[in-house]
Design a protein around this ligand. Structure first.
Ligand code: LLP
Length: 439
């Protein structure tokens, strides 16, 4: 558990008091604080779930693309799943071996494909092809580079949206989604890849969605994938090295999560064995499960507000207005996601009585609302929005002229890296200078 309330009642992340982190680094709020030790422990637990089986944990960089996080996970034996040329360059820059990089995405640019093909001695581990149309494009780019591109086909197991049992915006493995190759088109895709001397089919993959809190949909998709692999292997499988069942392992945002990341892996491994495919490595692409619980967004309380509320006379709503908004953490506005919010200062003594607060940010949108939370009745000074290590900073924007949040990295209870919140002046300069022609 990365986040705990210490003996003095102060909230701690990774063994260090959050109030002290923000005060001593002087980075300002809002600030994301991450515990690298907790992140590495997640990766180590996941590796253990594979037992001795050959595998790759390809960390989905989109969840948290901070260099210290990618480097820590690389040292813990992870590869990377990237979705853009920039993420590819970042993973390489952080020392991830080209062989251990997978490149997913539905609309990769030619220059991004070129970079993937040119990386390392043999290109990246696999370009994950997401459409029949993409096969021709990757093949042409490989020919132009006089290299064979290692590819995998990402197949859609034709799951229904209901069966995927997650928020519609983060379910991908159904046939109305833009992702992956439909099962019905799979044999055509295979034949095309096999006919191209410029492509080497090293893997077959799937990824059906995110934030699964049971293994059911994930394993159903894995089963469909393994079934296809077993079927096509005799004809097309001479170069096959891996099967990839994707990411999507859920985390506990406060309402529980019945399964751990290891459960997804051990169940997938068992099904893989039952299809006689255990000579192939099992690849997974977790993002959220490695980082979410080990990051918080620290915000300062700016002011309170009280407004009349409901039919009962005298009833009031209490608003807690903080300096973090939907531009810093988009998940509540975009997916109606709920993140636990806690006071950072001790909740003892006068702070022990709690009240219901409607916690909102400063952005001029009604959706800039983190929901109702039980917090000390006397407004706290600083709060922590929990489980913000995944899809927090990476989805941030500068809407309303707001600077991006600060970031602080903690390892073994010490701050090892930090970057202050950008200055408003930098944004003003950037916008004002547009259209100013250099003399
Ligand atoms: N692999 C592929 C091909 C993906 O598209 C994704 C996530 C992952 C792996 C990692 O999934 P994870 O293990 O993190 O669930 N912004 C949303 C999540 C979007 C996920 C997009 N794809 C959120 O904040 O919930």
């Amino acid at each position: 558990m990365s986040i705990v309330r210490g003996e003095q009642g102060r909230l701690e992340l990774g063994g260090i008091e959050l109030a002290a982190v923000v005060r001593d680094t002087g980075v300002g709020t809002p600030a994301y604080v991450y515990d690298l030790t907790g992140i590495v422990a997640e990766a180590e637990a996941l590796h253990r779930a594979f037992g001795g089986a050959s595998h790759l944990v390809a960390y989905a960089v989109k969840a948290n693309s901070a260099g210290p996080v990618i480097r820590a996970l690389r040292r813990a034996g992870c590869g990377a799943d990237v979705v853009s040329g920039a993420e590819l360059a970042l993973a390489l820059e952080c020392g991830v071996a080209s062989d251990a990089i997978l490149f997913s995405g539905v609309a990769k640019l030619d220059r991004e494909l070129d970079a993937a093909i040119a990386a390392g001695p043999e290109g990246i581990g696999a370009i994950q092809i997401e459409s029949v149309e993409e096969i021709v494009r990757v093949s042409a780019r490989a020919r132009a580079a006089s290299r064979r591109a290692r590819v995998s086909l990402r197949v859609n197991p034709a799951a229904s949206l209901e069966a995927l049992a997650t928020h519609a915006h983060i379910a991908t493995g159904h046939d109305d989604a833009k992702f992956g190759i439909a099962k019905a088109d799979f044999s055509h895709a295979l034949a095309l890849v096999a006919a191209s001397p410029d492509l080497e089919l090293t893997g077959l993959s799937t990824h059906v969605g995110s934030q699964f809190t049971s293994t059911q949909a994930y394993i159903a998709a894995a089963r469909t994938l393994f079934h296809l692999v077993a079927e096509v292997r005799p004809t097309y499988g001479s170069a096959l090295r891996f099967v990839d069942t994707g990411g999507g392992f859920g985390v506990d945002y406060g309402t529980g999560c019945r399964v751990s990341p290891s459960d997804f892996v051990s169940e997938a491994l068992a099904v893989q064995r039952s299809f006689g495919l255990d000579d192939l490595a099992l690849y997974v692409e977790p993002g959220r499960a490695l980082v979410a619980a080990h990051g918080v967004l620290v915000a300062s309380v700016v002011q309170e507000k009280s407004t009349p509320h409901g039919a009962a006379s005298g009833a009031r709503r209490r608003w807690l207005m903080i300096d973090a908004g939907m531009n810093d953490l988009l998940r509540p506005a975009l997916y109606q996601a709920r993140h636990r919010i806690e006071a950072i200062d001790p909740v003892s003594g006068p702070m022990a009585t709690s009240a219901s607060w409607q916690v909102v940010g400063p952005v001029c949108e009604s959706a800039d609302d983190f929901g109702v939370h039980e917090l000390p009745a006397a407004a706290p000074r600083l709060v922590a929005i929990r489980d913000a290590g995944a899809y927090g900073y990476t989805m941030a924007s500068r809407y309303n002229g707001r600077a991006l949040a600060a970031e602080v990295f903690v390892e073994a209870g010490r701050v090892v890296a930090s970057r202050a919140r950008a200055l408003d002046a930098a944004w003003v300069r950037d916008r004002a200078d547009l259209g100013v022609v250099d003399p």
